[in-house]
Design a protein around this ligand. Structure first.
Ligand code: MN
Length: 230
């Protein structure tokens, strides 16, 4: 323990990197809302290309490969949202669309777990989304696959099964705001830093899970994730 602090600081959250014994230290977690038209429609919104909007989760809410997702408190309606995750390796502000991919270290797949009942209430009352989105263990995420290995996939099936039944299926090419555009836009609002993660939105088919369910999802060509609800 360092003398500087009155108690031991929380551990640095990190994700495994496939093909490496080093960890990716996570700084912030940004999430894009309604980034697939069919999901915007299922949530009752206009799928037209409005400016992207963002919310955040806490880095210590990551659930790593092999860990379980504990059913959270204060809810009866917890939804899965299968998403491509972008791992930022080089920070910046006002990043151009043309150079945005130079800032990407790699990609992962994650679940933007959502207390839908609390989120719905927050929306209705014009309140922030944190209670719906930023709760403990709300961000299961696979290891990161370096862009140096797989490049920058702009298409590929994104899917999720619950108890072996397919619930979500889309393709990365259906994103309203593509990854370079999302990075560029986000960097006009926040100073991106190495270690930031961006959850890029979910295709249609979101739904509720229960204790005992097993979620298995992935993006073809990138990674898969398997999480049990306990
Ligand atoms: Mn989401």
């Amino acid at each position: 323990m360092h003398d500087q602090y009155v108690f031991e600081p929380a551990p640095q959250p990190g994700l495994e990197i496939s093909g490496s014994d080093k960890l990716f230290p996570v700084h912030r977690i940004y999430c894009v809302g309604r980034n697939y038209a069919d999901h915007a429609i299922e949530m009752g919104h206009d799928p037209n290309r409005e400016p992207p909007f963002f919310f955040q989760k806490n880095p210590d809410s990551l659930v790593k490969q092999g860990q379980d997702f504990p059913y959270p408190s204060a809810t009866n309606d917890v939804h899965f949202e299968m998403e491509l995750v972008v791992a930022i390796g080089k920070g910046g502000v006002d990043i151009g669309v043309d150079t945005a991919l130079d800032h990407v270290f790699g990609y992962a797949v994650g679940l933007d777990m959502t207390r839908r009942d609390l989120q719905g209430e927050a929306k209705k009352l014009g309140r922030p989304w944190e209670v719906g989105k930023a709760f403990e263990s709300s961000a299961p995420c696979s290891p990161i696959v370096p862009a140096a290995t797989i490049g920058h996939p702009a298409q590929g099936a994104i899917w999720l099964k619950v108890n072996d039944v397919e619930r979500q299926r889309g393709d990365l090419d259906q994103m309203i705001w593509k990854v370079p555009e999302t990075i560029a836009y986000l960097s006009t609002l926040f100073a991106l830093k190495a270690g930031d993660l961006i959850f890029t939105g979910t295709p249609a088919g979101v739904g509720a899970i229960q204790r005992g369910d097993k979620m298995v999802g992935g993006v073809d060509g990138i990674a898969e994730i398997s999480v049990k609800v306990v």
